[in-house]
Design a protein around this ligand. Structure first.
Ligand SMILES: C[C@@](CO)(OP(=O)(O)O)[C@H](O)COP(=O)(O)OP(=O)(O)OC[C@H]1O[C@@H](n2ccc(N)nc2=O)[C@H](O)[C@@H]1O
Ligand SMILES: Nc1ncnc2c1ncn2[C@@H]1O[C@H](COP(=O)(O)OP(=O)(O)O)[C@@H](O)[C@H]1O
Length: 298
């Protein structure tokens, strides 16, 4: 018997970053938006916990117990006092280490798939607790749509979002999330860092579904740090803007870059121009909001 769960990538339409906390994390006002790039995780009964992965970036995905899908299965089994007897197969489409929460997505998907496979019927609140234990981004991967994440990003409040169109430029290689936060600390050392707060203008623009209102409100507090570690991303951002994107920003901790466009036609044009510019490895077109982790019919 198998259970397959489909789970979306995310872009952060606002990422306000506070000062480093004593536990090393940063308080955030993190406005997450799920986009229609999906991984699929299939859980199949097996003798022991194993992970396989397929897709263009599969060679960059760890297959041991550090894989977030494996960690999710391990934590759920331990709580239920059963053996994690499952094979997890990840059909990977979300860029790896790209600032689109692909590992988090697989963690949330594996949790939902194992819960169904093992017939545990774990309450939603408990699943969200396990997600928060796995990582700051993981609760959002479970719920999808659009949400404001506070605390380290794990405390979610749903927000309203109209439909938007996006192009993503995938960079060569990844960026380490902790390294980008460390670079943020270095760049802001000695400055007063305000408490992170969601922008009312951004939330109103998101709800309106008007890309011309959303474009000037997009803001990523980690962008300067990502650009400092990967200066070539500035060329990618410029290439997308020159091709007619309404706005360009780094997705989360990067190095994937995100381009807000008016419609599907503009998306195809901007994607083609980005590919021709030679400033990225590949492009992906997507729409938002996308649903969170969902069990597919068998
Ligand atoms: C930056 C964001 C934006 O959504 O995602 P990515 O763009 O990397 O996908 C997130 O905050 C990443 O969340 P996630 O990838 O789940 O991070 P975690 O596993 O919880 O933490 C990894 C490390 O990132 C740093 N970290 C993470 C979250 C946070 N609020 N403050 C931090 O300082 C810490 O150094 C931590 O040890
Ligand atoms: N299922 C997974 N898919 C991708 N990466 C994973 C997974 N599990 C653990 N990782 C590790 O997490 C790191 C960050 O990957 P990812 O979640 O894709 O990026 P980001 O944190 O930038 O959104 C990877 O470099 C990899 O070592």
């Amino acid at each position: 018997m198998s259970v397959t769960v489909r789970v979306p990538a995310k872009v952060n339409v606002q990422l306000a970053v506070g000062a480093a906390r004593p536990d090393g994390f940063h308080d955030l006002a993190n406005v997450f938006l799920a986009v229609s790039l999906f991984d699929e995780v299939t859980a199949t009964a097996a003798d022991e916990l194993t992970v396989t992965c397929a897709g263009p970036d599969a060679d960059q995905v760890p297959l041991d117990r550090t894989n977030l899908a494996a960690r999710a299965a391990g934590i759920l089994a331990e709580r239920a006092k059963i053996a994690p007897a499952v094979h997890l197969h990840i059909a990977k489409s979300i860029p790896v280490a790209g600032g689109m929460a692909g590992g988090s997505a697989d963690g949330a998907a594996a949790l939902l798939a194992c819960d169904a496979l093992w017939g545990l019927d774990t309450p939603r609140a408990e699943l969200l607790d396990i997600c928060a234990e796995l990582g700051s981004d993981v609760p959002f991967s479970l719920v999808g749509g659009a949400a404001l994440g506070t605390g380290r990003g794990e405390l979610l409040t749903p927000v309203e979002a109209g439909a938007f169109h996006w192009v993503f430029a995938v960079a060569d290689g990844g960026l380490s999330t902790p390294a980008v936060f460390r670079e943020f600390d270095r760049l802001t050392a000695g400055t007063r860092i305000p408490e992170p707060e969601a922008s009312p203008a951004l939330l109103a623009a998101l709800a309106s579904g008007d890309p011309d209102a959303l474009a000037p409100a997009l803001a990523n507090g980690l962008q300067a740090a990502a650009l400092s570690l990967r200066p070539a991303l500035a060329k990618t951002l410029a290439a997308g803007t020159e091709a007619g994107a309404l706005a360009a920003l780094v997705s989360g901790s990067g190095p994937t870059t995100a381009f807000l466009v008016r419609d599907e036609e503009a998306a195809a044009k901007v994607a083609a121009a980005l590919e021709a510019s030679g400033t990225c490895r590949a492009t992906r077109v997507a729409a938002s909001p996308a649903p969170g982790a969902t069990i597919l019919p068998s």
